[in-house]
Design a protein around this ligand. Structure first.
Ligand SMILES: [Zn+2]
Length: 418
């Protein structure tokens, strides 16, 4: 059901050090139907390794994709923020080319959200999306989409049907990919000699600096900083020509690459600046990662102690956000219905289900009105401000909040979130 990683997926080095062990956890997005609560769930080890050669962080195992993505659901509620992000990206790419009528290929193109924006900017577009139902939606929306995983076979198919591609985008997909070199070399196969690649990945800087260990779960195989990405591209006949930090999804890294033989100008300044920054933050040293492990243990200790204290006073705690993050945190800290009565989540598809492993029931926000609680543990801390502003009633009754990350803290208002 899973395979173990013995060498780095970017540089093949076997000089890997394990620095974080979050125990055995079920898949973070596998919510449980109440009628299945007695069925056995599958638990997988959740450990992170550091490559001492290229500095990539990666999970110690790869769960069989058939198991991992079988419950993949289409999320129709694409946010305004994300749409603006796509629009900005399409405009930026337009500036980098002077010609018209260029072809853009988006890998893991979802329902075509990004490609719609490229289309508006006058590009020809084509998507590749592995989920059958989602690629169908994209095609219905007039975004031509091939239903496939991205590999050399798909690249050949694209080349045959459409010819060389001028721009390839891959946003929020690389962290899910096991064989990253094949993934990138397939891009080389279809890219025009003067073409451009744009990839976006969650930037692991925040994970390391702000103790966001709960962003680790089995779907995310790699946790990228900039330096290993340069190594990945170089090994596959590309050169990184520019890099940007983008403020979306809690910190994203956008990397531009071109073929080694291309005459595209390199933004040496931006590249050197970021490498310098990473070095000064000690992101290339294993000690930094061992520190993250210590901080993670402290969060567990502090959180469990606080919940015990609350319970001893006969007070109640519920939580907000039945997210994948929440699943990692609850399972790693071994917090179940002994401490948390229920979880509030605004997503209708999650309501009335149970969290993976710990089986805490999930209810809509209205449930809170009839079921007063003293504390709300903010599992989806990235939406904490929004949630606090939506729960004025809870505060009026004297209710407080617990923020678990970057350190455990009881707060009374959104102003206390830094
Ligand atoms: Zn490596």
């Amino acid at each position: 059901m899973f395979k173990e990683i013995n060498c780095c997926r970017i540089c093949n080095s076997s000089n890997l050090s394990e620095y974080l062990d979050l125990g055995k956890t079920p898949l973070a997005n596998s919510l449980v139907r109440p009628e299945n609560k007695d069925k056995k769930e599958i638990f997988f080890p959740l450990k992170v390794l550091f490559c001492n050669n290229c500095f990539l962080s990666q999970l110690s195992i790869v769960v069989d994709p058939e198991i991992l993505f079988k419950d993949y659901v289409y999320r129709s509620s694409v946010s305004k923020t994300f749409q603006n992000h796509c629009n900005q990206m399409a405009k930026e790419l337009k500036k980098r080319f002077e010609k018209e009528n260029l072809l853009v290929l988006d890998i893991a193109s979802n329902d075509g959200c990004l490609l719609q924006e490229f289309k508006k900017q006058g590009f020809k577009v084509i998507g590749v999306e592995p989920a059958v139902n989602i690629s169908k939606i994209a095609n219905e929306n007039k975004i031509q989409t091939i239903n496939a995983f991205w590999d050399l076979d798909t690249a050949k198919k694209v080349l045959e049907e459409f010819g060389k591609v001028n721009v390839i985008t891959a946003t929020n997909v690389l962290a899910h990919v096991d064989e990253v070199s094949s993934f990138v070399s397939a891009m080389h196969y279809v890219l025009d000699d003067n073409g451009l690649i744009v990839i976006e990945v969650p930037y692991a800087e925040n994970l390391i600096e702000k103790n966001q260990f709960d962003t680790i779960y089995h779907e995310h195989l790699s946790y990228f900083i900039f330096r290993p990405l340069i190594e990945l591209f170089e090994r596959n006949n590309f050169k990184v020509i520019d890099v940007q930090k983008v403020d979306i999804h809690g910190g994203t890294l956008r990397v531009f690459a071109a073929k080694k033989t291309s005459s595209r100008k390199i933004n040496e300044n931006a590249i050197q600046q970021l490498l310098k920054e990473e070095k000064s933050k000690n992101l290339y040293k294993i000690e930094t990662y061992f520190q993250l492990a210590k901080n993670t243990e402290k969060i567990k200790f502090d959180l469990v102690s606080l919940l015990k204290e609350i319970k001893e006073k006969n007070q109640k705690t519920a939580a907000y956000g039945a997210s994948a993050k929440g699943s990692t945190l609850l399972n790693y800290c071994n917090i179940g219905t002994d401490f948390i009565d229920f979880i509030i989540d605004d997503t209708p598809e999650k309501q009335n289900l149970l969290t993976p492993g710990k089986h805490i029931p999930i209810f809509p926000r209205s449930f809170l009105e009839e079921n007063k609680t003293d504390f709300l543990l903010l599992l989806s801390w990235n939406f904490a401000k929004e949630f606090i502003s939506k729960t004025a009633e809870h505060r009026k009754k004297g209710g407080k909040y617990i923020l678990p990350i970057p350190e455990v803290k009881v707060i009374e208002s959104e102003e206390e979130i830094t």
